[in-house]
Design a binder for this molecule. Structure first.
Ligand SMILES: Cc1cc2nc3c(=O)[nH]c(=O)nc-3n(C[C@H](O)[C@H](O)[C@H](O)COP(=O)(O)O)c2cc1C
Length: 184
């Protein structure tokens, strides 16, 4: 059975980003995968300290939750990463998470991700225009592809302000489920 892990980078654990990530996971689950949702805001996770221990091995020297998460990512078949747009970028939790994935890279920037997990990115934004942040979403996708993920799809929900606004966006949720199915 394939394993798909979803990471919600919004501090609102029942907000739009979490719901969008869960819609993707639901699609993966319907296709037969075992899925799990992790809220980044609930992890014991600090910023990268640039100790460079991960240049020698695919592990982090910090004794927090990211050591286990890095190992989980190394063994996953697919990853879903969701973030709200904060100040035109990913949330602080999401940026910290991405920095802490540095152990996935060898010193020559080749990947240590032997399984090359598939990746779906989920973004939510208050701005109503779906094209507004798209170049940034694609840039983020390219960075994660460099880490060794197979960047598959980007799903975005726009104009989401109240925590459940995305529930009214049926086409977006349908697409999210389809993307989840495609991960498996
Ligand atoms: C600190 C902060 C900064 C934000 N910056 C932006 C922004 O630059 N552009 C935008 O379109 N929406 C911005 N928003 C709105 C969120 O992206 C939007 O409401 C999102 O759906 C929230 O996700 P959530 O429901 O999962 O918490 C911001 C919200 C917060 C709290």
């Amino acid at each position: 059975m394939k394993t798909v892990i979803g990471f919600n980078g919004s501090p609102r654990v029942t907000g739009n980003t979490s719901r969008l990530v869960q819609a993707i996971l639901a699609g993966a689950q319907a296709a037969g995968a075992k899925t799990r949702l992790v809220h980044l805001a609930r992890l014991d996770m600090g910023g990268c300290t640039a100790c460079m221990a991960c240049r020698q091995q695919a592990a982090c020297s910090q004794p927090d939750d990211m050591g286990r998460v890095v190992q989980d990512v190394l063994h996953a078949d697919a990853i879903v990463l969701g973030s709200p747009v904060y100040m035109w970028q990913v949330s602080g939790q999401t940026k910290m998470f991405m920095d802490r994935l540095y152990p996935l890279l060898n010193p020559d920037f080749s990947t240590r991700l032997v399984r090359r997990p598939r990746l779906a990115l989920a973004f939510t934004q208050g701005h109503p225009d779906g094209s507004f942040f798209w170049p940034y979403f694609e840039q983020t996708s390219k960075v994660l592809a460099l880490l060794g993920f197979q960047a598959v799809e980007i799903v975005s929900a726009t104009g989401t302000r109240a925590p459940d606004d995305v529930e009214k966006q049926v086409a977006t949720l349908v697409r999210a489920r389809e993307v989840g199915t495609g991960l498996v």
